[in-house]
Design a protein around this ligand. Structure first.
Ligand code: GLY
Ligand code: MN
Ligand code: MN
Length: 492
């Protein structure tokens, strides 16, 4: 994954001239200038209640923060919260731990609690360097979790784990750095293992359960609540607006990086903080690398450009791909392959509805692709379809781009991708005229009782509509930066 790339300069230059208007995404909180549409504490509390309803009698579930990661020397990668921690608490900082109890617990003073949150301790000096911390007070007032403690209190916190029939947790991350802070994530994990008596091996016992963690969190996260849908819809629409603006701006002398920058600028203009995965901008043959993230081609030329880019808005990520002719017109061969992928997508859409088998959509898309490849002489037998279509059709999206959940039966309020593709690298065993063609069309669909809603309908999919969009004038057509100098600047 790429680290978060900062577009502040581009942002400064473009923000006055760009024609897009960010709607409702930057409604400022008068005192703090923060977005007003973060998920409220009541959402997270509701998710904890829904989890408790699924948890077995006498059980406790542990949710850990993600570890921090080194990018370079003393610089960390941008920190991304563990989606489970965010989902169940709203807490987004590292070095933290959440315990959710099935039954209310009572402490030695007679106070009851249903969850315990251990957070990073406030530290003025650290906060000056690495950002503000919520602390226990903020966890109480902003997240509504009053049973919040500094991480260092966990070591001596009295919890009798022996009374639980089930201790539910995710597999521990293998590479957690052990820093000098005695209450960092490394220490919290060690202390939990010791307190709960986690055995070396889980074989042959059922009390410590990592499988159940995935099952329960998947059951909840695969069905999106109305509050989540507000954010997910926004993430998808923003991603589509990025696709549209880039289609309009696309010219053969652009680089893949420049195109990535434009997408991500549009995301940020609309208030999406991150991308949900490294942006994939593959011109020509580069589109054949399914998760191509280098984006280093300096001139896209007249090839097609496969752009798989998802805005992450308040934690929720879209996953939208458009494949676009930089010249403005698909060549004859490109159009044949493009339309084949389009028809495969259409065939899959027809299979979507509450209660349908998920694999029916996959089979329908695969059949169309296999028939088309065979008809055009690209394969000799339909069984060879996997050579040029090497991935599946669908996955959930949400707090993860490949979101957690089941994949057998489609259910109302699931949000899934539909993403057929054909990739024909140079040297493939077919006529050379097909070489270097890579097409993926990826859309995000909300499953409804009788069908689906295409959340990503904001960006064109039909070949003719894509060509039309490319021909439109763009706000950045006249945006020219001065060339960089090749000689040193003379001293004053
Ligand atoms: N962008 C990754 C995927 O389509 O699954
Ligand atoms: Mn996808
Ligand atoms: Mn994708």
């Amino acid at each position: 994954m790429n680290i978060r790339i900062r577009f502040s300069i581009l942002l400064l230059v473009l923000s006055s001239s760009f024609s897009l208007q960010a709607q409702n995404t930057n409604q400022a909180n008068a005192t703090e200038s923060l977005p007003a549409d973060y998920l409220p504490a009541s959402f997270h509390a509701g998710r904890r209640e829904a989890l408790r309803a699924l948890m077995p009698e006498k059980s406790v579930m542990l949710v850990l923060a993600y570890p921090t990661r080194t990018f370079s020397n003393d610089v960390d990668y941008f920190y991304h919260a563990n989606p489970d921690m965010y989902y169940f608490s709203g807490y987004k900082e590292p070095h933290s731990l959440l315990l959710i109890f099935k039954e209310p617990q009572t402490d030695s003073t007679g106070k009851t609690y249903s969850e315990l949150l251990f957070v990073q301790k406030r530290n003025a000096q650290a906060e000056q360097w690495t950002g503000r911390r919520l602390g226990t007070e903020g966890a109480g007032t902003k997240l509504g979790i009053t049973a919040s403690f500094n991480g260092e209190a966990f070591k001596d916190f009295s919890i009798d784990f022996s009374k639980f029939n089930k201790i539910i947790y995710d597999r521990f991350p293998a590479d957690v750095p052990n820093g000098s802070d005695k209450a960092d994530l490394f220490d919290l994990i060690q202390q939990f293992k010791q307190k709960a008596g986690v055995p070396e091996s889980l074989a042959g016992q059922t009390r410590f359960d990592t499988r159940l963690y995935r099952e329960l969190t998947g059951k909840l996260r695969e069905i999106k609540t109305p509050e989540e849908m507000v954010l997910l819809r926004k993430a998808v629409e923003i991603s589509c607006q990025g696709q549209n603006e880039v289609m309009k701006a696309m010219r053969p002398d652009m680089s893949e990086l420049e195109i990535q920058g434009l997408h991500e600028y549009v995301h940020k203009k609309y208030g999406a903080e991150e991308v949900g995965y490294g942006s994939i901008i593959g011109a020509g043959e580069n589109g054949c690398v399914l998760h191509y993230e280098e984006n280093t081609k300096t001139r896209i030329g007249n090839s097609m450009v496969l752009m798989d880019v998802g805005a992450e808005y308040h934690g929720y990520t879209a996953d939208v791909t458009r494949t676009v002719p930089a010249s403005g017109k698909f060549s004859a061969e490109e159009k044949i392959i493009y339309n084949l992928v389009y028809e495969a997508q259409e065939a899959a859409f027809k299979k979507l509805k509450d209660g349908a088998s998920w694999s029916d959509a996959g089979t329908a898309a695969r059949e169309v692709l296999a028939d088309g490849l065979l008809k055009n002489g690209i394969i000799k037998d339909k069984k060879e379809v996997g050579k040029y279509y090497p991935h599946g059709l669908s996955h959930h999206i949400g707090l993860d781009v490949h979101d957690r959940g089941t994949s057998q039966v489609l259910k109302k309020d699931m949000v899934i991708t539909i993403e057929p593709g054909i990739y024909i690298p140079e040297g493939s065993n077919c006529d050379k005229k097909w070489w270097g063609i890579a097409v993926r069309i990826e859309d995000d669909a909300l499953i409804t009782q009788n069908g689906y809603e295409l959340l990503s309908a904001w960006a064109p999919r039909k070949a003719e509509d894509v060509e039309k969009m490319v021909s439109q004038k763009s706000a950045v057509d006249d945006f020219k930066l001065a060339p960089l100098h090749t000689t040193p600047k003379k001293a004053f």
